[in-house]
Design a protein around this ligand. Structure first.
Ligand SMILES: CC(=O)SCCNC(=O)CCNC(=O)[C@H](O)C(C)(C)COP(=O)(O)OP(=O)(O)OC[C@H]1O[C@@H](n2cnc3c(N)ncnc32)[C@H](O)[C@@H]1OP(=O)(O)O
Ligand SMILES: N[C@@H](CCO)C(=O)O
Length: 395
């Protein structure tokens, strides 16, 4: 696994680490003009495409249907770079990494922000000899990371694609994320973040992720996947305490799914990293330090693709339309491409057939790309694309 030692790195919090290690992957050959930075989502890794050496676990590229030889982001044409963000746990320094005293940092690791991710990526690209990027592409909080590039380094990137993203999280998602973090911190095994070498706070992390999964589904996708079906009780994990009355009631398919996903997740992710990265997402505000989103993006002269999904209530089509309007106010050429999908937020991960063509053509020809559509040119009012399910709790 390639890593770069980036030297002293000062975080936006003012705290620093003396020698920041960043784990990254590259795919394809660099020709001086073809570098594409892909920014991963919350719990993703640097392994965006399948690795030729077949790394285990997260080596199974999380966007392998979109990035690779002959894929939409074609590694025969582009030099793709993906780096694990600071605070995460796939080889870049974060709470589970070894600190100066030889023990894991735990919660002594500095708080991280999306801006820290962008600055660490800039430093990594300098190490790799990449100056101006052809494009930055990111999904979900990776899309926020891509927007941060347009704001922070507007002359360093020709094209920016923000997929299933938004300028900031809304109050409902902030609330759910706050509860998710509490689930981790109230697990007795969390122990103030000092649990390495001991029992990990798996139950807290499982609950946090289950809340996350519910945010990434839509009512339609959850209804289609599970309905109200009953699952075999033997399918359930025994991680959580039960009560005698529970035996009278069904253990449902949706519960079984959440238990299964949580079991998988606690095997691959660190609880402190989850706390750190969710906070970074919550904290991100495109307009921070500016009067407005438009002012924050005003210096970006390139092409911008805003790609949203009708079934996504985590980052809504309306938020993407506002973002596109903010780009339109400046010098950027922008297209807001709306995908009609009931998959929910994770549509960007599971619908390569919808995401691939506009991304491919945007990388090739910018907003003039053949498959790229724009709400400003469509007959349909953007608001008519608004997701039906604005609230997790609406009837
Ligand atoms: C960059 C990044 O995003 S990070 C890395 C990838 N992303 C994530 O891990 C995010 C969290 N995961 C997800 O959101 C989704 O699982 C995705 C997006 C990765 C895949 O979505 P889908 O293809 O729709 O798969 P789905 O969510 O239905 O999960 C399928 C798994 O759940 C299991 N499953 C489905 N229904 C049930 C059920 N009722 N009970 C128990 N298990 C179930 C399936 O057997 C399957 O197991 P497998 O993965 O071992 O084969
Ligand atoms: N499900 C993805 C996207 C979250 O926004 C992840 O966990 O990384």
């Amino acid at each position: 696994m390639p890593t770069a030692e980036l030297g002293r790195f000062e975080f936006e919090s003012g705290q620093a680490v003396e020698d920041l290690t960043v784990a990254y992957e590259t795919y394809g050959e660099f020709d001086g003009r073809n570098a594409v930075l892909v920014c991963h989502a919350l719990t993703g890794s640097q392994h965006v495409a399948d690795s030729p050496d077949g790394v285990a676990g997260q080596g199974h590229g999380w966007w392998r249907s979109v990035v690779g030889p002959g894929k939409a982001i074609d590694t025969n044409d582009y030099f793709v770079v993906c780096a694990n963000v600071p605070g995460s746990c796939y080889g870049t320094d974060g709470p589970s990494a070894e600190g100066p005293d030889g023990d894991p940092y735990g919660t002594d690791f500095p708080p991280v922000t999306v801006g820290d991710w962008t600055r660490s990526q800039r430093r990594l690209l300098d190490e790799l000899g990449v100056g101006r990027l052809h494009a930055v592409v990111g999904g979900s909080v990776g899309g926020m990371n891509a927007l941060d590039w347009a704001r922070r380094f507007p002359d360093d990137v020709r094209r920016v694609a923000a997929v299933a993203a938004a300028p900031r999280l809304d109050a409902q998602c902030l609330g759910l994320n706050a509860v998710a973090r509490r689930a981790i911190r109230t697990d007795p095994d969390w122990n103030g973040g000092d649990y390495y070498g001991d029992s990990h706070p798996d139950r807290g992390l499982a609950l946090a992720r289950q809340l996350g999964h519910l945010m990434y589904l839509s009512k339609d996708s959850a209804g289609r996947k599970f309905g109200r079906r009953t699952a075999g009780r033997e399918a359930g994990g025994d991680a959580f305490p039960s009560d005698p009355a529970a035996a009278f009631f069904p253990y449902r398919d949706v519960e079984s799914y959440l238990d299964y996903q949580a079991d998988q997740f606690v095997e691959r992710f660190d609880a402190n990293s989850y706390l750190y990265l969710v906070r970074a997402m919550d904290d991100y505000d495109l307009a921070a330090g500016y009067d407005s989103d438009a002012a924050a993006l005003a210096a970006f002269p390139g092409d911008a693709l805003v790609l949203s999904f009708t079934g996504d209530w985590h980052f809504t089509v309306d938020q993407s339309e506002d973002l596109a309007e903010s780009f339109r106010a400046g010098d950027a050429s922008v297209a807001h491409h709306v995908v009609d999908s009931d998959h929910g937020h994770d549509a960007f991960l599971v619908e390569p057939e919808s995401v691939g063509p506009p991304l491919r053509d945007f990388l090739a020809d910018g907003v003039a790309g053949r498959s790229v559509t724009d709400t400003a040119e469509s007959d349909t009012e953007p608001s008519s694309y608004a997701p039906v399910h604005n609230s997790l709790f609406s009837g």
